[in-house]
Design a binder for this molecule. Structure first.
Ligand SMILES: *[C@@H]1O[C@H](CO)[C@@H](O)[C@H](O)[C@H]1NC(C)=O
Ligand SMILES: [Ca+2]
Length: 224
């Protein structure tokens, strides 16, 4: 009986993965709490690619993607630094800086970040344009239980949110792979063509949990 009850509770709590194709998360206000937590289907990543699309009018620092493990709050993190006008991938707590991106307000931008622990190289693709491949001293796997959050930046494993770094706007097409994608695969993602979805995070089968005011809405398309 107790076991049945426990099973029933577990089923109620377990999020059913959803196909978010054509949808977006809307983060409509500044808070230090509203966020989406994503469940990864794999742990211990020796390499990774993370792609996402975002739309904002923020003119301050903000988070785009935050993956923390118990040993490192910035295990895989994508951050916009307003003062330095740069996108900063942090891998295993090591920061890389990419300047010169045309990160305009009020339009969709797709950002893909690849990293491999074997060569320690990071590369960012901004709206499909590659940046240089940079060495980061991050040559071991991302290990331990990951907590992946959209909308807030983790200063600790699952917490330490700062209202002044939260994301406000819309996010869509979040995928994560356990390997680096080729430039062709990234181009297909950017163009919204038939690409192979993420095997760590799959937007078409996303396991997630919303806290606070985050909405799932249809992506607004251009009419022709
Ligand atoms: C992603 O989700 C789609 C839709 O459920 C599924 O067909 C596909 O196999 C998934 N891909 C991966 C790599 O999990
Ligand atoms: Ca912070």
């Amino acid at each position: 009986m107790k076991l049945l009850l426990l099973l029933a509770m577990l089923t109620a709590c377990a999020a059913v993965p959803q196909d978010l194709s054509g949808k977006m998360f809307t983060f409509p206000q500044q808070t230090s709490s509203s966020h989406v937590r994503l469940t990864a289907s794999k742990q211990n990543l020796a390499a990774a690619t993370v792609c996402h699309r975002s739309f904002t009018d923020l003119r301050r620092d903000h988070i785009l993607f935050s993956l923390a493990t118990p040993s490192s709050a910035n295990d895989f993190l994508i951050f916009w630094d307003e003062a330095n006008q740069e996108i900063e991938p942090h891998i295993k707590n090591v920061k890389t800086e990419y300047k010169g991106m045309d990160y305009k307000n009020n339009m969709w931008h797709s950002i893909c970040t690849t990293w491999d622990s074997v060569d320690g190289l990071v590369q960012l693709w901004f709206d499909g344009q590659p940046t240089i491949r940079k060495f980061v001293n991050a040559q071991s796997s991302i290990a331990g239980a990951p907590i992946i959050i959209l909308g807030q930046e983790q200063d600790s494993h699952g917490g330490g949110f700062d209202m002044k770094q939260c994301f406000i706007g819309m996010m869509s097409d979040v995928h994560m792979w356990d390997h680096t994608l080729s430039s062709c695969e990234i181009q297909k993602y950017v163009d919204g063509l038939n690409f192979s979805p993420g095997n760590v995070l799959n937007w078409s089968e996303l396991d997630f949990q919303i806290t606070g005011r985050v909405l799932i809405e249809d992506k607004q398309k251009m009419c022709y």
